[in-house]
Design a protein around this ligand. Structure first.
Ligand code: NAI
Ligand code: AKG
Length: 526
């Protein structure tokens, strides 16, 4: 496939007229061809107009048509072949194995949603049959299903150029719900975005869908991104990135004449609780496993374990020395962009220069221009309580170990935490009592609680929650990964006393789609 530096608006490809950007290969610092000129108000308007035009026909595609489209997107992404892997590696600095794995996750996600669409329980069909004889008043015939919200603006994330970007989870779940998508591509990987965007554009064409089902724009957040979220034809937003970016979009969405939901996945420090029984048996092993999770992908995961809590003493010392040894043996890794590298090195030096914090270890330096060295710090629970800045995410392979005088202090620290995507408990059976006290606190704070694992590496499945209270996300009621993500882009509609011929198929007598439906309160296939 040839990449040309063009945006994709419906079935066309065109060059923008705003400032041009080029991807930077973060391994070498070199700028890459082609240049990508940004779009402006005219392109946002055209993409949104087409998306609005496409909405009614796309949301009423049959489950089979829509599932077929999701599968066609997956196949078209695979068909790009090695060019996609090479371009994504060059634009992100991520190693080949990781990018290949991420492609598998991306197409797996699209196929998962194809299955979800066919299975149909997302429609949540409900029927309360009429009760004409009911006293004192008769009951009408009431039928409910969920429909798509409308065109969705999706912001590609820098740290997952495939799985959280143009054809990633936000796009897959919005398409599955029946929403057209307008992507604002991330400037860190425009070539990867164009390749995936063209694959989706070709799937729209081969499936015979309205061209407005998919568009993709380049340009700055302040112009294209803001204009998209403000456009009255956009009805929801999916975003993964910084807290400042996510909250800016939340404000724009809330200040519209018609406010809309923003599903922003933002910052998280993912606390790890080291309970005494686990530390008595496995302190060194936990130290090693923790560093593996911390340094994975240069730490550029929103699930990265940025905070560890343990009880002061010999076992915590054993954990720290094992983590120190593992970390000092870790090489520096190329980070995604010069900007992310700068933000990381500034965050690490803020910690290193904080007189409430001690440096435990730093990883090796590397020859590349944007290679981040992993870093581990420690502080006391008393110092941690005094300094709000220690709660801030340092995006990259940096973590802070809080030494607590006892387990009750660990609980008190847990109470102080902001909303998180994940929390991890390292425990053994004799820690059960403490874990029982911790879990209710964590349930209030986080979206996913893990036992004896590490938080990086989110499984894409039906039971996954990749979400959590603010500021980890802007809306804790859902998830951005897994099949439940479809809920973000749906709303219920009730049809009262409709004639059969006017009802959507999902709600007709005889259950022509063979759905699970709740009829008079009873769930069944009738
Ligand atoms: N927690 C997480 O999952 C992630 C956190 N980050 C954090 O974000 C920093 C910057 O990384 P980026 O990926 O570039 O994230 P970012 O939040 O700066 O940008 C993400 C997207 O949002 C757009 N955007 C940002 N601010 C906007 C605004 N005010 N109005 C409209 N659109 C806006 C950008 O143009 C881009 O397309 C990192 O150094 C890191 O601290 C980045 C990636 C993931
Ligand atoms: O840990 C993962 O696999 C996903 C992390 C993630 O969602 C992110 O970093 O944005």
């Amino acid at each position: 496939m040839t990449i040309s530096g063009e945006m994709l608006i419906g079935a066309s490809a065109l060059r923008g007229s705003e400032r041009e950007i080029r991807a930077v290969n973060p391994a070498t610092g070199e700028k890459m061809e082609p240049g990508y000129a940004g779009g402006g108000a005219a392109e946002v308007d055209r993409a949104c107009a087409l998306a609005a035009e496409a909405f009614d026909s796309y949301r009423e595609t049959t489950p089979e048509q829509r599932a077929g489209f999701l599968e066609a997107c997956a196949q078209a992404i695979m068909d790009i072949g090695d060019e996609l892997i090479e371009r994504a590696c060059a634009e992100s600095g991520l190693p080949r194995g990781r990018v290949e794995g991420e492609r598998g996750r991306t197409v797996g996600q699209l196929r998962l949603f194809a299955g979800v669409v066919r299975e149909g329980s997302w429609l949540e069909a409900r029927i309360d049959p009429a009760m004409p004889e009911r006293q004192p008043l008769p009951r009408s015939d009431l039928r409910q299903r969920h429909i798509a919200l409308g065109p969705v603006a999706v912001f590609g994330a820098s740290n997952f150029p495939l799985a959280f970007s143009v054809g990633g989870g936000d796009t897959a779940s919005a398409f599955a719900a029946g929403c057209p998508v307008v992507v604002k591509a991330h400037s860190a990987h425009p070539g990867t975005s164009e390749l995936v965007g063209r694959a989706i554009q070709s799937a729209v064409r081969t499936c015979g869908l309205h061209e407005g089902v998919f568009s993709m724009l380049f340009g700055s957040g302040g112009t294209v991104g803001s204009a998209l979220v403000a456009d009255p034809r956009i009805k929801a937003v999916g975003f993964t990135g910084s807290r400042s970016g996510g909250t800016a979009l939340m404000k724009i969405a809330a200040n519209r004449p018609e406010p809309i939901p923003v599903h922003a996945e933002m910052s998280s420090i993912n606390p790890v609780f080291l309970l005494p029984g686990a530390m008595a048996r496995r302190a060194e092993g936990i130290g090693k496993g923790f560093v593996g999770s911390l340094t994975m992908g240069a730490g550029q995961f929103c699930t990265n374990p940025g905070l560890v809590l343990g009880v002061e003493g010999a076992q915590l010392d054993a954990f720290l020395s094992s983590a120190k040894a593992a970390l000092e043996a870790s090489g520096a890794q190329t980070m995604l962009t010069p900007g992310i590298y700068d933000a990381y090195t500034q965050g690490v030096s803020r910690l290193a220069n904080n007189n409430r914090v001690e440096t435990v270890a730093q990883g090796q330096t590397g020859p590349g221009p944007y290679q981040g060295r992993p870093a581990l710090f420690t502080t006391t629970a008393a110092h941690f309580a005094e300094d709000e800045t220690l709660l801030e995410e340092v995006f990259g392979a940096s973590s802070l170990v809080v030494r607590c005088p006892d387990v009750q202090t660990m609980l008190a620290v847990a109470e102080r935490l902001e909303g998180q995507l994940t929390a991890t408990i390292q425990m053994e059976p004799d820690d059960l009592e403490m874990a029982r006290q911790l879990v209710p606190v964590l349930e209030r704070k986080v979206g996913r609680i893990l036992v004896n694992g590490y938080p990086t590496g989110v499984e894409v499945g039906h039971a996954m929650v990749h979400g959590g209270p603010y500021p980890s996300t802007s809306d804790s009621r859902t998830t951005s990964v897994g099949s439940l993500a479809i809920r973000r882009f749906l709303r219920p509609v009730c049809y009262q006393d409709f004639p059969q011929e006017l009802l959507p198929e999902a709600l007709r007598d005889g259950n022509p789609l063979g759905l699970w439906r709740r009829t008079d309160g009873q769930l069944g296939r009738n």
